[in-house]
Design a protein around this ligand. Structure first.
Ligand SMILES: [Ca+2]
Ligand SMILES: [Ca+2]
Ligand SMILES: [Ca+2]
Length: 464
């Protein structure tokens, strides 16, 4: 006789959750809020992987692989990290090898050692389908109690950027003898690229304090976010060989001393600065059709500052050339939760947001939320996957072809880049589509085939 009440409660809960999803208005777009993963510990990096899963680092020393449809996840790596990830150091940035089909490598930065002293490692791991294995250390830096960076970003030329912090010793940022307080650039095997701005050096930029945001924008523009001390959090464009001023310059070159230093050292000023500090963190360039109001913007995670009063997701609307910020909109401050990082679903345009608790330096358990435009997502994400589509050659140099089986009548197709830009659209009656890709940037793309009974998507790579 116990069975009936239990079934009744389950039924009521299911009904309740279906009707109770909160929504957010963004201009004319409605975003529905979902709790994708609850109970995570200090998510630091979240990113959309080439295997169509959401990947997450936990500052406590773990890497999770999350099914974005259900939120179920597996722990694919566990490391002992400095002070258990209770302060700023721990498991930090992550990036994937761009040729995942043939080289499924994951790049990670973590800090290890006793108490507040130790090393920061940039490593690669092999993904064996179940776990990250075969750790290889590519670079070793100092780790400190504070200011360890570190975001990672693979560039279209298959080099890897890593931000490093000044570990609290600000003079290191201007020293060419130190890898701290810099942006570093490596080949994917850990070697120094021949075209780095300083010969035989990993150093790509100097004068950085503690940059914890990196994103690729239009036309190869690289954006970064960087923590200021008490004032002047910065949003920058990363340029080879650039000096970003720290510790002599904070924010813009607007004091007499700063102006002298800036003139002598050709300091690159930020696009935007925030005083007092709001604690800027992970960033993503957003250009997806799902949220037209956010197209051609940088989404900026804001932790909220030491007092925890500025938490939000900022939307930095860019000028047409991407070289300036024209305005900032703010969302989700009412959660009063530190926002650490974001990721974007390339198919649905959904934005995933990782929260870090209410106070510095963060505490778990935490949540990853998804914000989805249902009216867009239902159009491309659902329906039966009736077509077995093959893309070849993959990766492609110039011509790529898509072939499928079955007679489904006329099809329409759209090809998108992974930041959401539409590359080409068309119609097809036969069982094959051919596209010229020779003027597309290297990177990941996907095709959406719409047929009478639904849609199907396939991911592919373009290499140069
Ligand atoms: Ca991210
Ligand atoms: Ca600066
Ligand atoms: Ca200044």
């Amino acid at each position: 006789m116990k069975l009936k009440p239990t079934l009744f409660i389950l039924f009521v809960c299911a009904q309740f959750s279906a009707f109770a999803q909160p929504t957010w208005e963004v201009g004319n777009t409605t975003l529905t809020e979902y709790d994708l993963v609850t109970g995570t510990q200090l998510p630091w990096e979240i990113l959309w992987g080439p295997d169509d899963h959401l990947w997450m680092t936990s500052r406590k020393g773990e890497v999770l692989r999350i099914d974005p449809a259900t939120g179920s996840y597996t722990t694919v790596l566990q490391k002992n990290v400095m002070n258990g990830g209770n302060g700023e150091p721990g498991m930090l940035g992550m990036a994937m090898h761009p040729e995942w089909e043939t080289t499924p490598k994951v790049y990670l930065v973590y800090c290890a050692g006793t108490s507040w002293n130790g090393e920061e490692y940039l490593c690669s791991f092999d993904w064996d389908g179940e776990a990250l294995v075969n750790e290889e250390i590519l670079l070793t830096l100092d780790a400190g109690g504070i200011h360890n960076g570190s975001r990672l970003l693979v560039l279209p030329d298959n080099t890897l950027l890593m931000t490093s912090g000044d570990v609290g010793s600000s003079a290191l940022s201007q020293s060419m003898n130190s890898l701290q307080g810099k942006t570093l650039r490596l080949n994917l095997d850990g070697s120094i690229p021949e075209d780095n701005p300083f010969p035989d050096s990993y150093v790509y930029t100097i004068g950085n304090r503690n940059s914890q945001g990196l994103a690729l924008g239009p036309d190869g523009i690289i954006y970064s976010s960087e923590h200021g001390q008490n004032s002047n959090d910065e949003f920058n464009i990363v340029q080879a060989g650039g000096n970003y001023g720290w510790p002599q310059v904070e924010g813009f070159c607007n004091t007499a001393a700063e102006q002298n230093f800036c003139a002598e050292n050709d300091v690159i000023e930020p696009l935007e600065a925030w005083t007092p500090c709001i604690a800027v963190n992970g960033i993503e360039y957003y250009n997806h059709e799902a949220i037209p109001e956010w197209q051609h913007s940088v989404l900026l995670s804001v932790l909220g500052g030491l007092g925890g009063q500025y938490e939000r997701l900022s939307v930095l609307h860019l000028s047409e050339d991407g070289l300036n910020v024209e305005s900032e909109d703010q969302f989700f401050s009412s959660f009063n939760q530190r926002i650490r990082d974001i990721a974007v679903n390339p198919y649905t345009g959904s934005v995933y947001v990782a929260f870090n608790g209410t106070s510095y330096p963060g505490s778990g358990p935490n949540i990853i939320k998804e914000f989805r435009n249902e009216s867009f997502a239902s159009g491309i994400d659902q329906g039966p996957n009736l077509l077995q589509t093959v893309a070849y050659p993959n990766p492609a140099d110039d011509l790529i072809q898509f072939q499928w089986q079955g007679d489904f009548g006329p099809l329409t197709y759209d090809i998108f880049g992974f930041s959401g830009q539409k590359m080409v659209s068309g119609q097809s009656r036969g069982g094959i589509i051919a596209c010229e890709t020779s003027d597309w940037p290297a990177g990941s793309y996907f095709i959406v085939l719409q047929h009478g009974e639904g849609s199907v998507t396939t991911t592919f790579q373009v290499q140069r």
